[in-house]
Design a protein around this ligand. Structure first.
Ligand code: BGC
Length: 732
C-alpha cells in the first residue's frame, strides 16, 4: 500500500510536469502573465505581420467627439486590430464590444488601448490645473488625480492625455487654464504630482491609468497668445523654461508623451528629431512612446514641412512619433515607405514594442474588459466630492481684502452677476464627462452658508453683450442689502484649446455692472471665476475684496461661501502673474534682468504687475524671521540647509506656503532675477511658529543649464530669498 502510494505520487508528478511543458508550448509566451514584459513583447512581435504591427501604431476614435475643435460623427466601427482609440464614451459596453473584437476576432488577440482627455477629473470634476497650481499642495493634486484615474479606469479609459505641463506666460492663450502657471519648477512639481496620482506605483492596478505629458514642447509660447502658431524659442529658454517639467515627469516615470502642434524654430514639434529622439529618448532615456496630437501628423502639410500625407508620415515617424493620432497616415503609407526603403521593419518593431509594453504593464492582456459597475461605485462618490472641495478651497486666491472679509454675520447679502447661479461655466473647460447637474453654484454655496432668507439675487447682466436691462433690479437688490457679493467671470468656452482672447479684461458689460453697483456705496466683494489671469485695474478698485475662485469644478459654491463667511481661511497663492494691463503681456516674475532696471517703463500705466506671482492673502498674519543657513562655508558637492521661522501672529489657524527663490546675480549665462526652486505649505496654529526648510543641493538647486542642456555650477555669489528676506552666499 505504502509502495503503491509512492508510485502514484511519482506518476502524478510526471503527469503534472508533462502537462505543464505541453501547456507552456500551447500558451504562447506573450500570453503568460508571469513572464517578463520584454520577453512577452519579443514573442508577440515575432508572431506579428507587418500589417498587424502598423495597426498598433494608429489611434482611431470611437464614440461621439465632444471637443468642439475636433467635432465629428459618432464612430462605432473600428478595426479590432487597432493600437488605440480615443474613447469619447463612458459606457463600458462600447469599450467591451470593441475589446471583444480585438481579443476574439483578431489572430493574436492584442487588446486595444483606450485613451481620453481626463484633464481635471473624469466625472467628479475638480479645479482646473491653473487653479491647482495656486494650491501649492502637490499631495492633494496627487489625491485628486488618483480619484480621476479610478473613475476613468472603472469607466473604460486606460490612458489620460494629461498632465499638460506647458509653461505659459501669456494669459491670452486659452490653454493657460490647463497648465500650472508661469514657472518651470511649479509645473515640474505639480506635473510629477499628477503623474503619481494617475499612474500610482503599479499600473497593473485596475484603478490606475497611464499618463501622457503634453504638448512636447514649447506649445505654451504661442505668438500673441494665439493657438497653434509657430514658436521661436532659443535653446537656452528651452533648457531653462520649457523642458524642465518634462524632464522631471519623465524621471517620475510618465509612460507617454504627446507631440505638440507648434513649429519650433523651423521644425514642427511633431517632426522634431532633436526633441523627440535626441533629447527625450536618447538623453533622458524615455522608454514609453510618443503619440502625435490630433491631426498633427497631417498638419505638417499646412506647416510647410511635408508635401503630402506620405511625407508627413515619414517625417513624423522617423523623428520619433510612434503613434499617429487619428490621421491614418501611418496605416495608409507604411507599406509603401517600407518597400521604398524609407523606413525599416526594425524601426517599426521598436515603435510597436514601446506600445505593446505599456499594454502589458497595464494588464490589458489579462484584464482587457471593464466590469460594468453601478454608477454609485464608479463615479461621484462622497470621498471624491470631498477631495474636490478641499482642492477648490486651497486653490482659491484672495487677491484683495480691505478688511471686509471674513463677513462673519453680514446681514442681508445681494448676490449679483452672471456667475452667481451658473452651474455650467463654473465647472471649467475640458470637463471630460463632468455634468453641470452635479455641480454646485456659488449661490447654492452661499445659501447653505448664510441661509436663503439672507440672500437677494439678481443676475444683473449676461457674461457679454450689451443688455443693461437687468442693471436696475441688481441695483435695487444691492440697495436693500448690507453687502454685495458680485459674481463675475468667463464662460468656460473662453478657455481651453482654440480659445484665445485679445484682452484679459472681462467684457465691458460686466465692468459696467460693477460700476453701477459700486455707485450704491454698499460694501462689495467681487468673486471671479475664470480660466486665465485677468486685467483687474478697473474692477478691483471698485470692490472692498476680490476673491479669485478660478473654475473650481463641481464643488465651487461651498469653498467660496466658506471663505466669505470665514469658515475657511484662504491659502491659495498665484502661480501666474496678473498684469496691470493686457498690454504688459508677457509679464512674469522670472524674467532676465534689464540693462537699465530703473528705466524702460511704460509711460502711461504702471509697469509692474497688478498681483504678482506668489500673491495671496490669508485671514492669518504670518511673520517671517530668522532666515539662516546651517553653514557659512558653502562648497560644491556638499548639501546645506536654509531655514526660516514663520510665526502665525494672528488668532486664526491657517496654512502658509513658503516660496524659496534662488538668484545667481552674475553668471556666464545671465539668469532670471530670481527663480523658484522649492516650496512648502504648512498649517500653522494661531500664535505658533513653524520652521520651513530648504535642503539645498548645489548641483541641483543652484546650477543652471547651458544651451546644450548640460548642468553648470559656477563659483561665486548666490542669493536665497523668501518673502522679503535674502541670504547671500559665496559658493566655492
Ligand atoms: C488637443 C490635445 C488632446 C487631443 C485629443 C487635441 O486637439 O490639443 O490636448 O489631448 O486633442 O483630444
Amino acid at each position: 500500500m505504502k509502495y503503491n502510494m509512492k508510485k502514484l505520487v511519482i506518476a502524478i508528478s510526471v503527469a503534472a510536469f508533462l502537462s505543464a511543458c505541453c501547456n507552456e508550448e500551447k500558451v504562447p509566451v506573450y500570453r503568460q502573465a508571469d513572464r517578463p514584459v520584454c520577453d512577452r513583447v519579443e514573442d508577440l512581435l515575432d508572431r506579428m505581420t507587418f500589417e498587424e504591427k502598423v495597426l498598433q501604431l494608429n489611434q482611431y476614435i470611437i464614440g461621439l467627439n465632444t471637443n468642439v475643435n475636433n467635432i465629428g460623427e459618432e464612430i462605432k466601427d473600428v478595426p479590432g486590430g487597432i493600437g488605440s482609440v480615443i474613447y469619447f464614451s463612458d459606457n463600458v459596453e462600447l469599450r467591451n464590444e470593441l475589446q471583444r473584437k480585438a481579443m476574439e476576432e483578431t489572430r493574436l488577440g492584442i487588446p486595444v488601448l483606450f485613451g481620453f482627455d481626463v484633464i481635471h477629473g473624469f466625472r467628479t470634476v475638480y479645479p482646473i490645473p491653473l487653479a491647482q497650481g495656486c494650491s501649492w499642495n502637490p499631495e492633494l493634486v496627487t489625491e485628486l488625480c488618483s480619484v480621476a484615474a479610478r473613475e476613468a479606469r472603472l469607466s473604460g479609459t486606460d490612458w489620460t492625455f494629461a498632465p499638460m505641463i506647458d509653461v505659459s506666460r501669456d494669459g491670452r492663450w486659452g490653454r493657460v487654464a490647463e497648465c500650472f502657471g508661469e514657472d518651470p519648477y511649479a509645473n515640474s512639481v505639480m506635473g510629477v504630482a499628477s503623474v503619481n496620482g494617475y499612474q500610482g506605483d503599479d499600473l497593473y492596478n485596475t484603478d490606475k491609468v497611464a499618463a501622457c505629458l503634453k504638448h512636447f514642447v514649447g506649445y505654451g509660447m504661442s505668438q500673441g497668445g494665439r493657438d497653434y502658431t509657430a514658436t521661436d524659442i532659443s535653446m537656452q529658454s528651452m533648457w531653462d523654461t520649457y523642458l524642465p517639467p518634462y524632464k522631471a515627469c519623465i524621471e517620475a516615470g510618465a509612460e507617454t508623451v504627446m507631440s505638440a502642434f507648434n513649429d519650433i524654430n523651423g521644425v514642427p514639434a511633431t517632426a522634431n528629431h532633436l526633441f523627440l529622439t535626441e533629447i527625450l529618448k536618447e538623453k533622458w532615456g524615455h522608454k514609453g512612446f510618443v503619440v502625435s496630437d490630433w491631426n498633427a501628423v497631417e498638419q505638417l502639410i499646412p506647416q510647410g514641412y511635408a508635401a503630402d500625407r506620405k511625407e508627413a508620415a515619414l517625417k513624423a515617424f522617423t523623428a520619433g512619433v510612434e503613434m499617429d493620432m487619428k490621421d491614418n497616415c501611418y496605416r495608409e503609407y507604411f507599406e509603401e515607405l517600407l518597400n521604398e526603403g524609407k523606413i525599416t521593419e526594425r524601426q517599426v518593431d521598436e515603435a510597436v514594442a514601446r506600445i505593446l509594453s505599456l499594454k502589458f504593464r497595464l494588464g490589458l492582456f489579462e484584464k482587457p474588459y471593464t466590469e460594468p459597475l453601478p454608477e454609485s461605485e464608479r463615479i461621484l462618490t462622497a470621498d471624491a466630492y470631498a477631495a474636490a472641495e478641499r482642492l477648490a478651497e486651497e486653490s482659491m486666491v484672495l487677491l484683495k481684502n480691505d478688511g471686509i472679509l471674513p463677513l462673519g454675520n453680514p446681514g442681508r447679502i445681494a448676490v449679483i452677476g452672471p456667475m452667481a447661479k451658473d452651474k455650467f461655466n463654473i465647472v471649467g473647460s475640458w470637463r471630460c464627462h463632468g455634468n453641470a447637474k452635479d455641480a454646485q453654484s456659488i449661490y447654492e454655496g452661499l445659501e447653505a452658508e448664510f441661509g436663503s432668507p439672507a440672500l437677494n439675487y439678481a443676475p444683473g447682466c449676461d457674461f457679454d453683450g450689451t443688455d443693461r436691462s437687468g442693471f436696475a433690479l441688481a441695483k435695487a437688490a444691492a440697495l436693500k442689502s448690507d453687502v454685495i457679493v458680485l459674481c463675475l467671470g468667463e464662460k468656460s468656452a473662453w478657455s481651453g484649446e482654440n480659445a484665445s482672447r485679445s484682452t484679459l479684461a472681462l467684457p465691458s458689460i460686466q465692468e459696467e455692472l460693477a460700476a453701477e453697483l459700486a455707485s450704491t456705496g454698499k460694501p462689495m466683494v467681487l468673486v471671479l471665476s475664470n480660466g486665465r489671469p485677468l486685467e483687474l485695474n478697473r474692477l478691483a478698485p471698485m470692490a472692498d475684496a476680490v476673491l479669485e475662485a478660478w473654475q473650481p469644478g463641481m464643488k465651487g459654491g461651498s469653498p467660496v461661501a466658506g471663505i466669505l463667511s470665514g469658515r475657511v481661511n484662504p491659502s491659495g497663492k498665484l502661480c501666474i502673474t496678473f498684469p496691470w494691463s493686457t498690454g504688459q503681456v508677457p509679464i512674469f516674475y522670472n524674467s532676465r534682468q534689464s540693462s537699465r532696471p530703473d528705466q524702460g517703463q511704460y509711460q502711461e500705466i504702471p509697469s509692474g504687475p497688478m498681483y504678482e506671482f506668489g500673491h495671496g492673502l490669508s485671514y492669518s498674519e504670518f511673520v517671517y524671521s530668522d532666515l539662516k543657513a546651517d553653514s557659512e562655508d558653502i562648497t560644491k558637492g556638499r548639501d546645506f540647509k536654509v531655514q526660516v521661522s514663520v510665526t502665525n501672529s494672528s488668532d486664526r489657524d491657517g496654512y502658509e506656503t513658503v516660496l524659496w527663490y534662488v538668484t545667481d546675480p552674475f553668471c556666464s549665462v545671465t539668469r532670471p532675477v530670481k527663480e523658484l526652486r522649492h516650496f512648502e505649505k504648512k498649517f500653522i496654529k494661531a500664535g505658533a511658529t513653524e520652521i520651513f526648510t530648504f535642503d539645498v543641493n548645489p548641483e541641483k538647486d543652484l546650477a543652471y543649464v547651458d544651451s546644450e542642456g548640460n548642468p553648470l555650477l559656477e563659483s561665486g555669489e548666490y542669493r536665497i530669498s523668501v518673502n522679503e528676506q535674502t541670504l547671500k552666499f559665496n559658493l566655492k
